[in-house]
Design a protein around this ligand. Sequence first.
Ligand code: GN1
Ligand code: MG
Length: 347
Amino acid sequence: MEEILNKFPFKGAIESVVENTIGLINNTYVVTSEYEKYILQRINKDIFKNPEELMENINLTTNYLNDLGKKTLSLIKDKEGALYTTCQGEHWRAFKYIESKSFKKVENIKIVAESAKELANFHKHLISFPIHTLNNTIPDFHNTLVIFKKFQDICLNCPESLTNQSIQEINYILSKEEDCEIIYKLLVKNKLPLRVCHNDPKVSNFLFDHSLNAICLIDLDTLMPGTLLTDISDAIRTICVSETEDESDLKKLHFKCDYFEEFIKTYLDENKINLNYYELNNIVKSIELIFLEQGIRFLTDYLNGNKYFKVSYRDQNLVRAKNQIYLSKEVVKNNNYLEEIVKQYAR
Ligand code: GN1
Ligand code: MG
């Protein structure tokens, strides 16, 4: 660790390095020196194959947001002025630490409104960003059909001892192939415009101050062109629910329609102007699909030996998959009511 710490121009002697385990992909540490605090991260190189391109995206967009006066992450270049540093084959980068709170679960409606406003502001500030300058760091990251096909493949080659614990979920997913194409088809037909998207706005990626006002979105690794629908639905996926994606007791789990109404009302208040007819009309469908997509991703990883998402016990990705598929079905059940809510605020 010392060798890595030495690569960055941290001020004063280092007093502590403490791991933060909330993310499922990278390794994150809070570094405290005599004078300042920093975030130090090891980039997961199995998932992010091209750190150069990823860091270019982060550098371009954070500079752009900073110039507009929008609070965002501040990168700290290494001592040689590079956006990241490589040490024994691993890639590391650093940010200024932001004094803040973050949550894995929402228990206060103010958090719902503040995160909706923050996401809308993030989209609004980046609406004129030269999107062609961004690298597509993980191709097909939210292409649900590609994700479905990979799942199908893994399922076929998987021992029955593994698949029989999730046979209901597997059959449900396999019955949804056509749905997995809906968003992709709209993108190809140019009905959904390509926008700068965060692509991972789960609730723990929003920072809040002591009064629970949102400060900014963090974890810009998946910042790429995409559809705003993915960001809106992915934020709702972890914000408008009663429990986290790790909850195994489905009796405790439900989609929170009151939080959904607050989220949609606040988001559309801020950013309705940038949403077209197709975006407004596919919000509810895209929420059903993002739960399905995330369920497929967790189940694929479970069947494939837990190589992608970090787990603390063997069946954790199975639990997560069942949780997300359950919520996808809840959205279907509440479809008409949720559509009415969108209609009311989309006018
Ligand atoms: C991962 O790294 P983290 O924990 O913010 C994943 C997201 C998933 C999320 C599920 C690059 O996000 O796509 O929605 O886990 N990030 C990547 O919790 O795959
Ligand atoms: Mg992430």
